[in-house]
Design a protein around this ligand. Structure first.
Ligand code: AMP
Ligand code: ZN
Length: 114
């Protein structure tokens, strides 16, 4: 997708602080972090949201979760605990319509979230 911000990050047309990469996923630090660890994990392939991702490509959602865990281990938050958030739709706060898992950790996380 030519006008998608995260596709441009995948294509390395826009810089990002990349912390993890596989053949199918990319993870980079959120530009406006809400926790000491706040990383966005995305599929390289464009899908608008989590449901479309799961529907379109068996196994890619698994890859996303495995990549999120790998980043949590890398950042030292896997033991203490972390949260993976997939905002889906504008009412849930989704602003970039290329599916991304927010990986949050490194501070106490309130439940329920706002
Ligand atoms: P959401 O609101 O769930 O769609 O999340 C979009 C996230 O993308 C927000 O947390 C933004 O801070 C983050 N973001 C927007 N532009 C960039 C960028 N160029 N690099 C890294 N993160 C970004
Ligand atoms: Zn995209």
């Amino acid at each position: 997708m030519t006008d998608c911000l995260f596709c441009k990050i995948v294509a390395k047309e826009i810089p990002a602080d990349i912390v993890h990469e596989t053949d199918r996923t990319l993870a980079f630090r959120d530009i406006n972090p809400q926790a000491p660890t706040h990383v966005l994990v995305i599929p390289k392939q464009h899908h608008a949201n989590a449901f479309e991702l799961a529907q379109a490509d068996d196994g890619l959602a698994d890859d996303l979760l495995k990549a999120a865990h790998a980043v949590a281990v890398q950042d030292g938050v896997a033991e203490t605990g972390y949260r993976v958030v997939l905002n889906t739709g504008p009412g849930a706060g989704q602003t970039v319509f290329h599916v991304h898992a927010h990986l949050l950790g490194g501070r106490p996380l309130l439940w329920p979230p706002g």
